[in-house]
Structures are given as C-alpha cells and as structure tokens.
Write a protein that binds this ligand. Structure first.
Ligand code: FAD
Ligand code: MLT
Ligand code: ZN
Length: 481
C-alpha cells in the first residue's frame, strides 16, 4: 500500500482527536498556532510538523499511536518544552506529529496514608508539588522550570534538580507508570507498592527514555512528610575543595538532613545581580566561591537553624567558610534561591554560552574544577567559566559565557573543541557528560562516543523491540538512520 498523503494523515488524526484536538499549519485553531511547539527552549533547533495533537484521553493517545505506527508517521512527545537537548522538537521534514500531553493534566488520586500520588503526564510539576503540600505531604523534585515543565517530561528526562542529594532523581520517586506503546497497546502499571519483585522492572525502561520507547500518560509517585523546619545559608568558601569538605561535615552534623547543597561561583553572583531585577548579593564582601545550603526537617520544632549556625561557626574557625548569611525568614530564603535559580537566565541574557551538564564523583569535584579551569584559561581566551550547580550530588553545570566585548559568533564556533576537551576530561574523572539534561538530539554523537559498545548495543536492541518501525521520537537519543 502506498503511504498516505499528508492530507490523509491529517484526516486520520482528525477522526481520533476531533478538530478541537489538533493544530495544523493550515488551521491553527482556537488554542493558538504551531509556532511555540516547533522551537526548543534554548533555540538550538527549529523544526516543522504536520500537526500538533492535543489528546484529552489516554484512549486517544493509544489510538493515535496505533494509527501512526501503521502509517509510519514519526511522533514527537512534548511536555512543557523546557528541556535542553532538543528532545521535544520535531525534525525539519514537516512530516512528524507533535503529541502535546498538556491536556492530560488530572491528578487522579492522592493517598496521604500511602504517601503516594497518581498524576497524569501533562500535570505541571508545581501543581503536583502544591497538591502534595495541601495534603501535608512533600513531592520533592524541584527545578528552576517547575512552573512550566510537566510530569511526562520530568519522567522522560529523569529530571534532577536541587533535592537529589536527599531524595534522589525522578526515577527514584516512581512507583508505577502508565505508558502508551508504539503499537497502540497500553502498559498500565499504576500500583503504589514499595516492594514488587515480579520479573523485570519494565517501567524503568521508559524513565529517561526521552519519548523514544513509549508515551507516558500517567505515573504513581512517592510522597514524603511535608517539611516544616528550614535553615538556609549563603556561605562564602575559599574554594570548591572547602565546599565539598563543608558538605561532608554538614551531612554528619545534621544526621543527613542536608536537602540542597549548591555551588555558586562569584561570576554567577555578578551575572544575576546585573541582569535579574531584585537579585542582591547576600554578603558585603566579594568572595570567589559560595554555597547555598539548606537543612530541612519534617518536625517543626527541630532546631535546624541552630544546627546550621553551629556547624558554620565551626567551619569558620577551620577556614572552610569565610563568611555566611543565614536566612532569618521566608523572604531571605526566597531571595537566596532566586539568585541560584536565575543563573541560567542571567547567563542567557549576558550573551553566548556553552553548556556542559556533567557529573563527577563528589570527592573529585575540586580536582576536576582545577583541571577544567586551567584548560579553559589556556585555550578559551574569549570565554569565562561559570561553573555552578548541584555539587551535593556531583552535578556541575560547567558552562562558559563569552567574555565582555568578545565576538559571539567566534566564541560559539569553539563549541566542538571545548565540548570535546571538557567531556574527555569528565570521562578521565569517571564522570558523565549528561548528568540530568539527557541526550535529545544534541548529544547523540556524544553518547556514541562515550557509551560502552555493549551498552549501546543493548539500547538499540531495546529500541528495536519496543519501536520496530522507529516512529517514536526518531533521531533522539539513538541514531535511527
Ligand atoms: P519537554 O522539554 O517537553 O520534553 C523533554 C523530553 O521528554 C523530550 O524528549 C520529549 O519528547 C519527552 N517527553 C515529554 N513528555 C513525554 C511523555 N509524556 N512521554 C514520553 N516522552 C515525553 N532539568 C533538570 O534535570 N534539573 C534542573 O535543575 C533543571 N533546571 C532547569 C531550569 C530552567 C530555568 C530550565 C528552563 C530548565 C531546567 N531543566 C532542569 C531542564 C528541564 O526543565 C527538564 O529537563 C524537565 O524535566 C523537562 O520537562 P518538560 O515537560 O519541559 O519536557
Ligand atoms: C540548573 O540547575 O539551573 C539547570 O539545570 C542548569 C541550566 O539551566 O543550565
Ligand atoms: Zn541543574
């Protein structure tokens, strides 16, 4: 049978979704036009699409996949479109369909006794956090994009963020999944059991798969006791080595109640105070490095602030800390976090940037930063290192910004050489070239370069088994041509 024409594909989709359930280039419809779905957050890619599907029900998702599989039409799942590697953007052919999960956004169930929540893929992360909070519970994943990223995207990128040190990554918080498979079958496994050793852990395949193995429609997730005591400090440290030593000390002193520990370089304070309205330097004297650390407890009466202050005082004596500001109220705390969370935006506003989302064993981070900084100083005269991030779990955003007055195009043209040097160094340190942002389209060649052949082979076998016609997010994670 000859392939369907684009018009026939569109009428097939319309039968499944109705006219109000899709956007096309010809008829954008009442929900806006296609444009915002075609470009990724970093504006690295601009694709084309035959249509954007906006399913309202799980049955529409499975029917749509069965249809696209039969007609060999590529399908690109999209959540909040905040990811960094182009995974949610269609290619330039104009033949792919974007499936936006944004209308599948119901919280199906919250069981406070069971410490679990079942939510649909299109729920915005902040809405899940809020629902948990209202039930006196905590859903701990927290990212700078939490007001717009969606659960399906978080699961599919295995998102990290600022609480991984204490609660783990997205994968660690999943109890069950509902997934529409390429052939239109539904894997429905939304149980909330903590223990279930019945064969292979099939659901884990879809976590971090970036939409290449199935479309996640819902998940059951772990909740935790709501946090009621917070102690937050913005502390200047002499160097990253002192930061890591301070972390080890705080973990011990607090009985492992450090929930965030972020490394911030001076340049990030300069960038955020310059570009982001309302951000102020919490300390009077300029220092080379800072940490933003937070101790938390579910017991309101726990003296977290006292504990933090005592630990910081000891660290000051031992010169692990040079100076510190402790948040006295929710406003101070929000101000410290605003500085940290607007670093990516300040970097973007300042000019061209090169991003490296890497992880290194925590004990080697200081050595890595020393080696990497030396390489950059010697080889990238028009760039400035902006190395910050979730140092508590070993994840650094080892980014560069163009130096003031540098030529943006010339600076960005160094991307390949800089990436190669940094990622090779990461490999030498036993680290990962993609800690929390995934592979998408951007890092397909990096995966081929750094993954072990046997690992790549297994990935291709799994892809072929679950998506033999290669319709699911073609060209993302693994090369399909
Ligand atoms: P999208 O960008 O829409 O999609 C991401 C991938 O998942 C794509 O491959 C897409 O095809 C696939 N996908 C989406 N929905 C589904 C589904 N239902 N089923 C199957 N596949 C699907 N990330 C972190 O990990 N940690 C951070 O600290 C962090 N901070 C950020 C701060 C800012 C300011 C910004 C803009 C981004 C940040 N990110 C961070 C990156 C991003 O927010 C995360 O990767 C997030 O998990 C992406 O969710 P999304 O809904 O936007 O996904
Ligand atoms: C962050 O931690 O702020 C992000 O993951 C990094 C970024 O936005 O570049
Ligand atoms: Zn991050």
């Amino acid at each position: 049978m000859p392939p369907l024409t684009p018009a026939q594909v569109l009428s097939g989709l319309e039968r499944i979704l109705g006219t109000e359930g899709m956007l096309t280039a010809q008829a954008p419809g009442p929900r806006g036009d296609l444009e915002p779905y075609l470009t990724d957050h970093r504006r690295l890619y601009h694709g084309r699409a035959l249509a954007v599907a906006l399913p309202r029900t799980v049955a529409q998702v499975t029917e749509l996949l069965a249809f696209c599989n039969g007609q060999r039409v590529g399908v690109v799942p999209q959540g909040g479109n905040t990811s960094y590697c182009g995974g949610a953007t269609p290619d330039e052919s104009g033949r792919q369909i974007i499936v936006s999960l944004s209308r599948l956004s119901r919280i199906r169930r919250l069981d406070a006794l069971d410490y679990s929540i079942v939510a649909e893929a299109g729920c915005v992360l902040a809405d899940i956090q809020r629902a948990a909070d209202e039930a006196q519970r905590l859903f701990p994943v927290s990212l700078g994009s939490e007001g717009s990223c969606q659960l399906g995207g978080n699961l599919s990128t295995n998102a990290g963020g600022i609480h991984v040190l204490r609660y783990g990554m997205m994968r660690d918080l999943v109890l069950g999944l509902e997934v529409a498979l390429a052939d239109g079958r539904l894997l429905s496994s939304l149980g909330t059991l903590r223990k279930d050793n019945t064969g292979y852990d099939v659901k884990s395949l879809f976590l971090g798969a970036e939409g290449t193995l199935g479309i996640i429609t819902a998940a059951s997730l772990k909740l935790f006791p709501k946090l009621r005591a917070f102690a937050t400090a913005f502390a200047a440290v002499p160097d990253p080595r002192a930061a890591v030593a301070l972390l080890a000390r705080l973990r011990e002193a607090s009985g492992d109640r450090v929930s965030s520990f972020e490394l911030i370089p001076r340049i990030a304070v300069d960038l955020t105070t310059r570009h982001i309205p309302g951000v102020r330097d919490p300390l009077d004297v300029s220092r080379p490095w800072y940490v933003l650390c937070e101790l938390t407890s579910a017991r309101a009466a726990d003296p977290m602030e006292e504990l933090l202050e005592q630990s910081l005082a000891g660290a000051l004596e031992d010169r692990l800390v040079l100076d510190a500001a402790v948040a006295r109220n929710a406003r101070d705390r929000a101000a410290f976090w605003k500085l940290r969370e607007t670093i990516p935006e300040a970097q973007r506003l300042d000019g061209g940037s090169l991003k490296h989302d890497i992880s290194i064993p925590v004990g080697s981070i200081a050595d890595f930063i020393e080696h990497g900084s030396r390489w950059i100083a010697a080889n990238v005269p028009d760039g400035r290192l902006v190395a910050y991030g979730h140092v508590g779990d070993g994840n650094l955003h080892f980014n560069l910004n163009q130096a003031p007055a540098a030529d943006r195009t010339a600076f960005l043209a160094r991307e390949e050489a800089v990436k190669r040097a940094i990622h090779d160094l990461v490999r030498d340190f036993g680290g990962s070239f993609s800690a929390e942002h995934g592979i998408g389209r951007l890092k397909v060649a990096e995966l081929e370069r750094y993954a072990a052949p046997v690992e790549l082979d297994l990935m291709r076998t799994i892809k072929h088994a679950l998506d033999p016609n290669g319709i699911l997010n073609p060209g993302k994670v693994l090369r399909t041509d």
